[in-house]
Each structure stands twice: as C-alpha cells, then as structure tokens.
Design a binder for this molecule. Structure first.
Ligand code: GLN
Length: 211
C-alpha cells in the first residue's frame, strides 16, 4: 500500500521534510507519495502529515485562514500519524503562550517559543530518543521548550532536563529539526511505525542512519 504523506506547505522547511519522509519510506521498503498541503481539501486524502518548522505565527494564521487547521484536527482525531517539528509543534500544541499563535490543541503540551534561543540560537546535540537504538543528531534552531506535558503525553527525549520530543497518541512533536539531517529514523518512528502496529515487532529492522 502506498503511503500518502502530506507536508504542510504554507510556510517553512517543506522540501527537507518531503525528502526525509521519502528516505524513511525507502529505508523500510514502503512506497510513499508526498503531497504539499497548501489549501483545504488535501489533508483528508493523507495517511500521515508533517508539520514543518518555520514561523509559527505565520503558519497558524495561514492554516486557520485556509481552512486547513480543522482538517488537521480531524486527521488527528481519526488517529492518523503526524510529525510536528519546531514551529509545527508550537502550532500543534495546546498552548504556545502567545496570542499571535492560534493553537490546534493536537498535542497536550504547553510550549515556550524561542526558549532555547536565549542561550544559543542554534546548536546540534546527540539525543537519546526512546524507541531509537543510537543517539539522534538533533538540530535546534530558535527552538521552543516544552514547558508542560499532559498526563497522556509520553516524553520521548529530553535535553538539559527538559522534554524536547513527545508523543501524544498519533502525534509526535519535536522541538528540534529531524528533517535537517540525513538520518530519517525519527520520520520512520513517527509515521511508518505508527501506521503499521505490526512493525513494532521484533523482526522489524530499524532503518540504518545514512551518514
Ligand atoms: N522560533 C520559531 C517560532 O517560534 C520556530 C523556529 C523553527 O521552526 N525553527 O515560530
């Protein structure tokens, strides 16, 4: 079965996510069609969604004005996987503590925008992620901190004692940018493994990082 992955493409790092999901698909032998989500009507045809980083105030404004926001909420309520990264996570969160961001409430976390930015605007860190055998090279760019997590949210990774990757039902959210490294394991974890419960079995091979 071909997986249709929609990359929310109203603003932000769209092509990097499209490439990463293709690589993750190839690594686990799944045919993947990538579509860009710019208007309403595309999300209902998607099996999985990617919400890229960029500028959360702009992304949320366009998602609501285009009528895409409600479709993403429906997608999540239907239990279909989403990977939301950086600004994508800020928009998907329950609360971003900023009136200019209208949240989707798809991930039960509270975030603080640019909270890692005060120390350093961007940095890379090897991150232990629950479900991955080896550390993941995480690129943080003016990243949000996940300040609070709801009861049903699983923390997948922490940096500096704070959650930076979480799972809430079908949604995986990261403060960092997994699409900016050649390593597609997080796309695999969030989208392909989630799509196919059977793939959690012992005999499934984790895609080898291509680096
Ligand atoms: N600082 C951005 C925001 O708050 C997010 C940065 C990113 O996605 N790399 O929207």
């Amino acid at each position: 079965m071909t997986l249709t992955a929609g990359v929310v493409a109203v603003q932000g790092d769209v092509s990097e996510h499209a490439d990463a999901v293709r690589r993750a698909g190839e690594a686990c032998g799944r045919e993947t069609e990538v579509v860009e989500v710019r208007t309403a009507g595309t999300v209902p045809d998607c099996d999985a969604l990617l919400m890229p980083g960029g500028e959360s105030t702009t992304i949320s404004r366009l998602l609501w004005s285009e009528g895409i926001a409600e479709e993403i909420v429906d997608h999540v309520e239907a239990g279909k996987p989403v990977l939301a990264t950086c600004a994508g996570l800020i928009v998907a969160a329950a609360d971003a503590g900023d009136d200019r961001v209208r949240n989707l409430g798809a991930v039960d976390v509270t975030v603080e925008r640019n909270a890692f930015g005060r120390q350093k605007d961007s940095f890379e860190a090897p991150l232990d992620v629950s479900g991955l055998d080896d550390p993941f090279p995480a690129v943080f760019i003016r990243a949000p901190v996940i300040a609070d997590v709801g009861d049903d949210v699983e923390v997948l990774a922490e940096w500096d004692g704070r959650p930076v990757a979480v799972r809430d039902g079908p949604v995986v959210g990261t403060s960092f940018h997994p699409e900016l490294t050649p390593d597609a394991r997080l796309h695999d974890l969030a989208l392909f493994e989630a799509m196919d419960g059977a793939t959690h079995s012992e005999d499934r091979e984790e895609p080898t990082p291509d680096r």
